[in-house]
Design a binder for this molecule. Structure first.
Ligand code: NDP
Length: 282
């Protein structure tokens, strides 16, 4: 039976440490602030934004929400980002995705000041991660790396297989794992013989968005399995991309859904807001 990587507990410990850093800033008269921009009314995004606002409240970060109409023009979105870039009271800017497809999200990410880019999506910060320089690492990969640290999972020389190559999860994870000396394989929808790659993995990270896609037969004995997926199963129950019940019997460590990667993602966002504030003031 695998050890369950308790993301919920770990995230709480992180939030407590961040609260103390936030208190130190406040004692110096500095009030960390996160500005979140949401375009349209995507239901899942509303839940994610609410969770981010709750975490801010717990730590003492000011949370400012900008709800934009789905018919907004690109220029208006960019104007808002530029206004927030100029505002010294704002330390972090987050553009919640998805945004309507007529808007150019890449241009928007590029416009967010690299110093306030707490999601780590500005190309400058993406480049810094690739060069293994200090930067804002995007929150889900960063949270996963912190889980490895907390559970003493050493990546040196390990075969890491990542399923999924999105800009927000899969791609930054490649760099994070490489920076920790892993041998990294990245799989996607065009990968042939997926099972061969997953069975070879000492560490398997799954981020595709398909409920219970990874089954027991795809996993090596004793592998560390990280499940990023958030899906609803046929009964409407929240479930990951991994068939947890069966894979748990074979893995050495595994993350649950819910209570695994999700809470750590939010904790790392909070970390990045505090870091952005500290960077700007000292
Ligand atoms: P995307 O939809 O952007 O990317 C999915 C990736 O999975 C793509 O690279 C796609 O390949 C690949 N893929 C899809 N089907 C297959 C398949 N059959 N075999 C192999 N690869 C496949 O998703 P995200 O990265 O944004 O999110 C993935 C999941 O993680 C979602 O469930 C999302 O909700 C969740 N998520 C959870 C977070 C958390 O904090 N817990 C944070 C972010 C996301 P291709 O590129 O070829 O299309």
């Amino acid at each position: 039976m695998a050890t369950i990587i308790d993301g919920k507990k770990l995230a709480k410990e992180y939030r407590m440490k961040l609260k103390s850093r936030c208190d130190d800033l406040k004692n110096k008269g500095i009030n960390p602030k996160l500005a979140v921009i949401m375009v349209g009314n995507d239901k899942a995004s509303q839940v994610y934004v609410k969770n981010k606002s709750k975490a801010c409240e717990e730590i003492g970060i000011i949370f400012e929400e900008y709800l934009l109409d789905e018919n907004i023009k690109q220029e208006e979105l960019i104007n808002l980002i530029e206004k927030l870039n100029q505002d010294d009271s704002v330390n972090g800017i987050l553009l919640q995705s998805p945004i309507p497809s007529n808007l150019d999200i890449n241009e928007a990410f590029q416009k967010i000041s690299p110093n306030k880019d707490v999601d780590g999506f500005n190309p400058l910060n993406v480049g810094k991660l690739a060069l293994n320089q200090d930067t804002f690492v995007s929150c889900t990969p960063y949270g996963i790396m912190k889980m490895f640290e907390a559970y003493n999972v050493d990546l040196t020389g390990k075969n890491v297989t990542i399923i999924g190559r999105s800009n927000i999860v899969g791609k930054p994870l490649i760099q994070c794992c490489l920076n920790k000396n892993a041998t990294v394989t990245v799989c996607h929808s065009k990968t042939k013989n997926l099972k061969e790659h997953t069975q070879n993995a000492d560490i398997l990270i799954v981020a595709i968005g398909k409920a219970k896609f990874v089954t027991e037969d795809m996993v090596k004995d004793g592998a560390v399995v990280i499940d990023v997926g958030i899906n609803r199963d046929e009964n409407g129950k929240l479930t990951g991309d991994v068939d947890f019940e069966n894979v748990e019997k074979k893995a050495s460590y595994i993350t649950p859904v819910p209570g695994g990667v999700g809470p750590m993602t939010i904790a790392m966002l909070m970390n990045n807001v505090i870091k952005a504030t500290e960077n700007s003031k000292f």
